[in-house]
Design a protein around this ligand. Structure first.
Ligand code: AMP
Ligand code: TRP
Length: 333
């Protein structure tokens, strides 16, 4: 039997953090043995916000290196840069024509980025169009490769829903063409919250660097950030919904040390936040140190070669699917 296909990607922007790792990359590493895996650095998504070109180039390579240092094995998985396969943009155009503007304007990510919540009627006029149809590019990414499963964090659920909607809509209108994918989400890692505000997700573009632990943070910075992380009232270390800050910190501890939350609770009976936080910082450092060592050893040229080979491998698949789409809608191919 043919292996099922997974596809996922991260935009090369902001500071890649442990939320990205625990919500997405860690799962990719586990899934790559069972699935035919394609992991993309989505640079075309990154430019939906203004980017410094030099910085974008640097970040694109860095994200690919983060994939590899995290354990994505280029022998098992295919890695490539989105803009190296122009079929993504071409399919997106076609999918634009079957998407309703209402479907896009309801996206929470769009609403957040457009800051429509400010109620400023002028705000919409200044929103770059790329932020509006960002989800359609993601739909194209996924549908081009007959993807069965998309491993992402919870914040991407709406985007997977619209992927299914558009795949079905196209199939209904033009005949069976696209595989309708499913989302793959893990319970604890799906939503790592901000260290400075446990009501919002940890975010690459957070204003304060005390929101996240970046994958390139030094030991000293990790200790400082964990010391400053907000906690809940009370002093016991318990894993409960009414203690969202602590729950989040225990989740991070648990996922990075592969220790069940219950065991962590037991370990800190009679102890306080200071002990717990000291140990948590060490758990994070124990994870980051070997990761950063692997990252530092990666050779830029070699990684660029891996990415070029990856694009060469997937481009014919993308072309085949796009040609099928073109034929079905009546283009002369
Ligand atoms: P982004 O940071 O929006 O580019 O997201 C890249 C990947 O990381 C996506 O699969 C997200 O769902 C996931 N992700 C981002 N932030 C978090 C978070 N705080 N917790 C869990 N997963 C996250
Ligand atoms: N939109 C995703 C994010 O912000 C990134 C992404 C782009 C993606 N294309 C994708 C994720 C395809 C999974 C599959 O995280």
């Amino acid at each position: 039997m043919q292996k099922k296909i997974i596809f996922s990607g991260i935009a090369p922007s902001g500071n890649i953090h442990i939320g990205n790792y625990l919500g997405a990359i860690k799962n990719w590493v586990n899934l790559q043995n069972e699935y035919n895996s394609i992991f993309c650095v989505v640079d075309m998504h990154a430019i939906t916000m203004p980017r410094d070109p030099k910085e974008l180039r640097k970040k694109t390579l860095e994200v690919a290196k983060i994939y590899i240092a995290s354990g994505i094995d280029p022998e098992k998985s295919t890695l490539f840069i989105q803009s190296h396969v122009p079929e993504h943009a071409e399919l997106m155009w076609i999918l634009n024509t079957i998407t309703k503007t209402g479907e896009l304007s309801r996206m929470t990510q769009f609403k957040d980025k457009a800051e429509l919540s400010t109620g400023d009627s002028k705000a919409l006029e200044n929103v770059p169009l790329g932020i509006f149809n960002y989800p359609i590019l993601m739909v194209a990414d996924i549908l081009l490769y007959d993807t069965n499963l998309v491993p992402v964090g919870e914040d991407q659920l709406q985007h997977i829903e619209i992927t299914k909607t558009l795949a079905k809509r196209f199939n209904n209108r033009f005949g069976d063409t696209f595989v309708v994918p499913e989302v793959h989400i893990t319970k604890e890692g799906m939503r790592i919250m901000g260290l400075d505000d446990p009501t919002k997700k940890m975010s690459k573009s957070a204003k304060s660097e005390y929101n996240y632990i970046a994958l390139n943070d030094s030991e000293e910075i990790v200790r400082k950030k964990i010391k400053k992380a907000v906690t809940d009232s009370g002093s016991e270390i318990v894993y409960r919904d009414d203690k969202p800050a602590l729950k989040n910190l225990i989740n991070i501890y648990s996922l990075l040390s592969e220790t069940p939350a219950k065991e962590i609770e037991n370990k800190y009976v009679g102890k306080g936040y200071a002990d717990f936080k000291n140990d948590l910082a060490e758990v994070i450092i124990n994870f980051l140190k070997p990761f950063q060592e692997r990252l530092a050893k990666l050779d830029d040229k070699k990684v660029l070669e891996i990415l070029a080979e990856g694009a060469e491998k997937v481009q014919p698949l993308a072309k085949k699917k796009l040609d099928e789409v073109k034929r079905k809608i009546g283009f002369i191919v």
